[in-house]
Ligand binder design. Structure first.
Ligand SMILES: Cc1cc2nc3c(=O)[nH]c(=O)nc-3n(C[C@H](O)[C@H](O)[C@H](O)COP(=O)(O)OP(=O)(O)OC[C@H]3O[C@@H](n4cnc5c(N)ncnc54)[C@H](O)[C@@H]3O)c2cc1C
Length: 444
């Protein structure tokens, strides 16, 4: 690798030198590594886990390949789609549901997708129209100077203030809790509007973009395509514990005591684990506060194998239920595999078969659960969050500060993206941005 030096210090620890150290091999880190190595920067990616992909993880479970984390992709997400085109990857649609089950007023209702959409349309239309007003340019989320007028509100506040039928309000609030993977009362209205604005103010497009289409070979195929398309070094099982800036560069210390010097560092850690690295000098107060406050997302994703082939359906519930969403996704050897989400991983473990089966019965007591599979991202020491979603007030309080470099340390990741923040697309966007910042920065 051009520009890389290894210095034998005579001790058991090795000191190496690169132009750029990237912390984390999720989509943000992998894309940044590809871009910088293509521009001739000696680059190493240090990844704590024993795999790449971060909060995307394609694994064999329940008799087939399943996504434990990020899954759906869409052509309305420009950075993701560009990567899919670049590597010639195939996509496939998720199945179309024949019916929707929703809970309102304590009762289960069943209807067509059109009937369900008609129920939520008044509130969704209003939110979508407001999103165009507050976020006229979705990739400039802080463009309007008066954003604080809406940023303090939660999704629950917003729908409570609209003139909606009680059932519509209850259902639509549950839909947004599902989008946030968090209770609606802690889900920031501005982030909901950013999602709608990124979908050009079309909430039906937003719903299609967030769950309509998946990579046929899994997200792992995309991560792997990017990882093999770079000259950067990649080290798995390498946890970074310290980043100390000195002499116009930085020394990155790993958990095994090795030190790597770099002119620039790109940190792609999820916000909720940013405080696990000792930065010297310390990060500015706004970055530290944001990490301490944490994102809104605190939920779960679980896969449920049920006996027999059942007609495709979707289900929604208010965020007082352990599961707020379920949908048929695959058939496996005569059984059906559902995907489901809930807003509180602390209350329902995604691998708890009895608990998940009990939650599923809120909609359907006719289904026999064979097995469940999932990953608890909230207790995972390298994420402690699912997809990043802001709480009320966090957009205006923190986003600009989180995006700002700290000396020679740059920040990337879906948590700090401008456009499709929270998605794979946001991670890729932020990796491109950080690579551009590093390229443009003066060399010491
Ligand atoms: C359950 C779930 C469902 C989702 N569904 C979708 C979806 O359908 N569509 C979509 O577009 N997005 C979805 N997302 C969101 C999407 O997966 C993420 O936004 C995106 O993958 C984040 O990428 P990233 O590179 O910003 O962060 P990450 O993928 O989290 O990458 C950060 C990396 O840093 C590593 N790391 C952490 N600490 C250290 C350390 N100290 N030293 C070294 N390395 C460290 C981590 O191991 C990780 O690999 C979902 C996420 C989850 C969890």
């Amino acid at each position: 690798m051009l520009g890389r030096r290894t210095v034998d210090t005579g001790s058991c620890f090795v000191v190496e030198s690169y132009d750029v150290v990237i912390v984390g091999a999720g989509f943000a880190g992998l894309v940044a590594a590809r871009e910088l190595s293509r521009r001739g920067r000696s680059t190493v990616v240090l990844e704590a886990r024993d795999r790449i992909g971060g909060r995307t993880w394609t694994d064999e479970r329940l008799g087939r390949r399943l996504e434990m984390g990020g899954t759906w992709v869409h052509w309305a997400q420009p950075h993701t789609w560009s990567e899919i085109t670049r590597y010639g990857l195939a996509v496939e649609p998720s199945p179309t549901s024949e019916s929707v089950h929703w809970i309102a007023g304590g009762e289960v209702h069943r209807g067509s997708s059109e009937e369900f959409d008609a129920l939520i349309a008044p509130g969704m239309d209003r939110l979508a129209a407001d999103s165009r007003h507050w976020f006229p340019q979705p990739y400039e989320p802080l463009r309007r100077p008066d954003l604080d007028r809406i940023d303090a509100l939660s999704v629950a506040d917003y729908f409570a203030g609209l003139d909606l039928a009680p059932a519509a309000r209850e259902v639509i609030t549950g839909v947004w809790a599902e989008h946030f993977n968090a209770p609606a009362a802690v889900s920031g209205l501005s982030q909901a509007m950013r999602w709608c604005a990124a979908a050009s103010g079309d909430w039906r497009l937003l719903h299609e973009a967030t769950s309509g289409c998946r990579l046929s070979a899994g997200t792992a195929a995309l991560a792997s395509a990017i990882a093999t398309d770079t000259a950067a070094d990649l080290r798995l099982g390498t946890r970074v514990v310290g980043v100390a800036q000195q002499d116009g560069g930085a020394v990155v210390t790993t958990a095994d005591g090795n030190r790597i010097t770099a002119k620039r560092v790109i940190c792609t850690l999820p916000l909720n684990v940013l405080d696990t690295i000792d930065f010297q000098p310390a990060l500015p107060a706004a970055k530290r506060s944001a990490a301490t406050e944490r994102t809104a997302s605190q939920g779960l994703k679980t896969w449920i194998r049920v006996r027999g082939e059942i007609p495709p359906f979707t289900a929604y519930a208010p965020d007082t239920h352990p599961l707020t969403f379920a949908r048929t996704e695959y058939t496996v050897d005569g059984d059906t595999v559902l995907v489901a989400f809930g807003t509180r991983a602390a209350d329902l473990d995604p691998t708890d078969k009895a608990g998940v089966a009990q939650a599923l019965r809120a909609w359907r007591d006719d289904l026999k659960v064979v097995d469940v599979a999932g990953h608890n991202w909230m207790t995972d020491e390298f994420s402690r969050e699912t997809w990043p979603m802001q709480r009320p007030g966090q957009l205006t309080a923190y986003l600009a500060a989180l995006q700002r470099p700290h000396g020679c340390v740059h920040f990337a990741g879906s948590d700090v993206a401008n456009g499709w923040a929270g998605f794979i697309d946001g991670a890729i966007e932020s990796g491109l941005t950080a690579a551009a910042q590093v390229t443009a920065a003066p060399r010491p």
